[in-house]
Design a binder for this molecule. Structure first.
Ligand code: L34
Length: 291
């Protein structure tokens, strides 16, 4: 069993980006600039957003954090998005999810100009990605593809089971893995809460991507010997023995599953850091376009 070390690969990717920033700046251009909108104070969102801002700083990007109280109206949020869309000092921006329930995600996502949508959530980007056209690929699926690529994991002709059908992960992941390119060319099955024989379906996977949001859902009996397992879950479990009061658990029961795998991502240190690195990658793609 080999660990897919997202922490190490994200560092590699960030170092490459940092070199490109240095070159951009040496040529007289300004560095890439990412803005992050955070509404409210969901502790997990705060952790991720802070990590994104810090990652920008580390690679030499400009970043702006716009932090709004949870009761902000949808109208003010949309007006802010309009301003960021027009702001030429900014290459891209994201609105961290989840949003409070009085705000409609879809309306917010569709307000972001596709060219600045470095989260790749706008229907134009999702549609273009699905068609294999130039697009921002959202950061978690993009980061997973990058991880597979850098470990040179074979994907052609493999059976890839994607567990979960969310717009952010499961949906785009299934599309990327069936593309006629590398990584891709998989036979893809999407399994979800209504799938009848979910254990058998998972157990037939050569590549299993778990993004179902249920702690330790994937057990050893659901994994084929030699499978590649990508764990997208990041569930916070109360743990009084930890300083932070919780520990992170994936959607995969790592201790029992990992001995059966050829490759597996740890949680933390797997997909999470790749998500952040890939957001920086998308921001660089946006910045290159204005050079
Ligand atoms: N708009 N909303 C928008 N874009 C995104 O790309 C996200 N996502 C998901 C939630 N909402 C979003 C993220 O940023 C999930 N996500 C994310 C990003 C980073 C990490 C986890 C999820 C991450 O860094 N995880 C660390 C552990 C962090 C901790 O200590 O809690 C890890 O090693 O997995």
């Amino acid at each position: 069993m080999e660990l897919l070390d997202g922490k190490a690969i994200s560092k590699q990717l960030r170092e490459e980006l940092k070199e490109e920033v240095e070159q951009m700046v040496a040529e007289g251009h300004r560095p890439p600039h990412l803005a992050v909108i955070l509404v409210g104070s969901n502790p997990a969102s705060e952790t991720y957003v802070n990590a994104k801002v810090k990652a920008c700083k580390d690679v030499g990007y400009e970043s702006s954090l716009l932090h709004f109280p949870p009761e902000i109206s949808q109208e003010i949020l949309l007006n802010t998005i309009d301003e960021l869309n027009e702001n030429e000092d900014l290459d891209g921006f994201i609105v961290q999810l989840p949003l409070p329930s009085h705000i409609d995600d879809r309306t917010v996502i569709e307000r972001v100009l596709p060219g600045k949508d470095v989260d790749g959530f706008h229907p134009i980007n999702v549609g273009r990605m699905a068609l294999g056209l130039d697009a921002f690929v959202s950061a978690t699926p993009g980061g997973i593809v990058e991880l597979i690529k850098r470990y040179e994991i074979e994907t052609e002709g493999k059976h890839c089971v994607v567990l979960g059908r969310s717009n952010i992960v499961g949906g785009p992941m299934s599309i990327l893995m069936r593309r006629n390119t590398y990584p891709g060319n998989c036979t893809v099955t999407i399994a979800h809460s209504r799938t009848k024989n979910i254990k058998e379906v998972c157990a037939s996977a050569d590549i299993l991507i778990a993004a179902i949001g249920k702690p330790e859902f994937v057990t050893a009996d659901m994994v084929k010997e030699g499978a590649v397992v990508i764990d997208v879950g990041i569930n916070r479990m109360d743990d009084a023995t930890r300083e932070r009061g919780y520990r992170l658990v994936g959607d995969v029961a790592f201790a029992e599953v990992s001995p059966k795998c050829s490759y597996i991502t740890p949680v933390p240190g797997g997909v999470g850091p790749m998500t952040i690195a890939y957001l920086l990658n998308n921001t660089m793609i946006a910045a290159r376009k204005r050079k």
